[in-house]
Design a protein around this ligand. Structure first.
Ligand SMILES: O=C(O)C1=C[C@@H](OP(=O)(O)O)[C@@H](O)[C@H](O)C1
Ligand SMILES: C=C(OP(=O)(O)O)C(=O)O
Length: 444
């Protein structure tokens, strides 16, 4: 049985606290959890996954791979057993991926190479997000699909006779790259994806663990990933590393709250994911990274953060792929810094769970922070020693990262900050409220 996710819905208010302190394991990584379920379900045999992130996005993927023919069982907290048959079959009903872009886009690619028909759906936010970026390259491989103008719901007809392609995605997106590589697992010959700016490589790292002939190599600032189709995947046991994107919220809270000292343990330290931490260092943040072993082919670190005044900087556009989900929380941190932080190359933020560029700007403006918003940039004028006024209400627009960013802001601001609805936090970080309370946060 795949459990339903309890979620904390309705408005929440975070109030200023004197200090935050403590040491916590980072929540499990969402990107790796989705992929572990998919590869295990594609393999022929039984795989065990430990420390799986049990968030709504990931359990939606678990339900979907079960509907596609894998046997999926939860043995205990974070411990899951997945038995695949080496092939997927048509599901009995639509596959509802909820709020998960990663879930739906990677699954469309993974399902495309089987003789099946499937309808993919999602919630209001996911139904507004672009799917053509995945459906177009899949069509070149021979996948037929019908959609509502490139959005969900999508009806996809897979084929066991896919053509290998050589493709350069027009957007920097690990989801696009991964969907093509997943389909390429079944294509006739070698499929290549050429990225101008390298995005997270979890698919390429994990696939060989399951016996796939897939690899990637750096190519300047970009990357060339390739897969040769035709192998039946073999089962693999894997432990999911901690999520640097989720860890960012407690780390940010420590940086902006006086006298704080917080450590998140077991955080994945991957160059395609740790852009925020490099930027924070450039802003003068007091961060210590201590090596903490490896998991699932990824390096881990314990990250300690202590509060202190930061300085605004310019964050160049080429940083974006390595910190694409971190701009809402970076914009909050920047509000507490001395001077302006200029963030460039952010057009992709408009295609996330919400228009994160507009939503981040609105979040700050509602709390007394001066901003300048452009088509693809955001300037945050930090409040510095004067402090962030706070006192506003944040519209979260079905976006978990907006909700968590708004609440973190309230911990360090002069007045409490409210968010209109905390429900979406369960999509990526169901333990957020418990973890923040353990550090001393006041969120009611
Ligand atoms: O591949 C992944 O696991 C993800 C890729 C990114 O999306 P894009 O590929 O759309 O940039 C990121 O925003 C998302 O949270 C997770
Ligand atoms: C963009 C995100 O996820 P997804 O694309 O999987 O919905 C996110 O988690 O911030």
């Amino acid at each position: 049985m795949i459990p339903a996710n309890p979620s904390v819905s309705g408005p929440r208010t975070a109030s200023p606290v004197k200090r935050l302190a403590g040491r916590l394991p980072a929540p499990a990584d969402k990107s790796v959890s989705h992929r572990a379920l998919m590869f295990s379900a594609l393999a022929d045999g039984t795989s065990r996954i430990s420390n799986l992130l049990e968030s709504a996005d990931v359990t939606a993927t678990a339900r979907a791979v079960a509907a596609l023919g894998a046997d999926v069982r939860r043995d205990g907290p974070g411990a899951w057993t997945v038995t695949g048959r080496g092939a997927w079959t048509s599901p009995a009903g639509p596959l509802d991926l909820g709020n998960a872009g990663t879930g739906v886009r990677l699954l469309m690619g993974a399902a495309a190479r089987f003789d099946l028909e499937a309808v993919f759906t999602g919630d209001e936010s996911l139904s507004a997000r672009p799917m053509a970026r995945v459906l177009d390259p899949l069509a070149l491989m021979g996948v037929k699909s019908r959609s509502r103008d490139g959005r969900l719901p999508v009806r996809l007809t897979g084929s066991r006779a896919l053509r290998a392609i050589d493709y350069a995605p027009p957007v920097a997106s690990a989801q696009v790259k991964s969907a093509i590589l997943m389909a390429g697992l079944g294509a006739d010959g070698e499929t290549t994806v050429r990225e101008a700016h390298a995005t997270r490589g979890h698919t390429e790292t994990m696939a060989p663990l399951y016996g796939a002939d897939m690899s990637a190599r750096a190519d300047g600032a970009g990357l060339v990933a390739r897969v040769r189709g035709g192998r039946v995947l073999t089962p693999h046991d894997l432990a999911v590393p901690g999520d640097p994107s989720s860890a960012a919220f407690a780390i940010a809270a420590a940086l902006i709250t006086p006298d704080s000292d917080v450590t998140l343990t077991g955080v994945m330290d991957n160059p395609a994911r740790n852009g925020l931490y490099a930027v924070l260092r450039d802003m003068g943040a007091d961060l210590t990274l201590t090596p903490a072993g490896t998991r699932a082919g990824e390096t881990l670190v314990d990250i300690s953060a202590r509060s202190g005044m930061l300085t605004g900087i310019e964050v160049a556009a080429d940083r974006a792929p390595s910190m694409i989900d971190e701009y809402p929380i970076l914009s909050v941190i920047a509000a507490f810094a001395e001077g302006a932080t200029v963030m460039k190359g952010l057009a992709e933020l408009r295609a996330k769970e919400s228009d994160r560029l507009a939503a981040s700007a609105a979040m700050l403006a509602a709390n007394g922070v001066r901003i300048e918003l452009g088509e693809d940039y955001l300037v945050v004028h930090g409040c510095g020693a004067g402090g962030v006024p706070g006192g506003g209400r944040v519209e979260t627009r079905h976006d978990h990262r907006l909700a968590m960013s708004g609440l973190v802001m309230g911990l360090g601001a002069r007045e409490p900050v409210s968010v209109d609805d905390a429900a979406m936090i369960a999509t990526s970080y169901p333990g957020f409220f418990d973890d923040m309370a353990a550090l001393g946060a006041d969120i009611a």
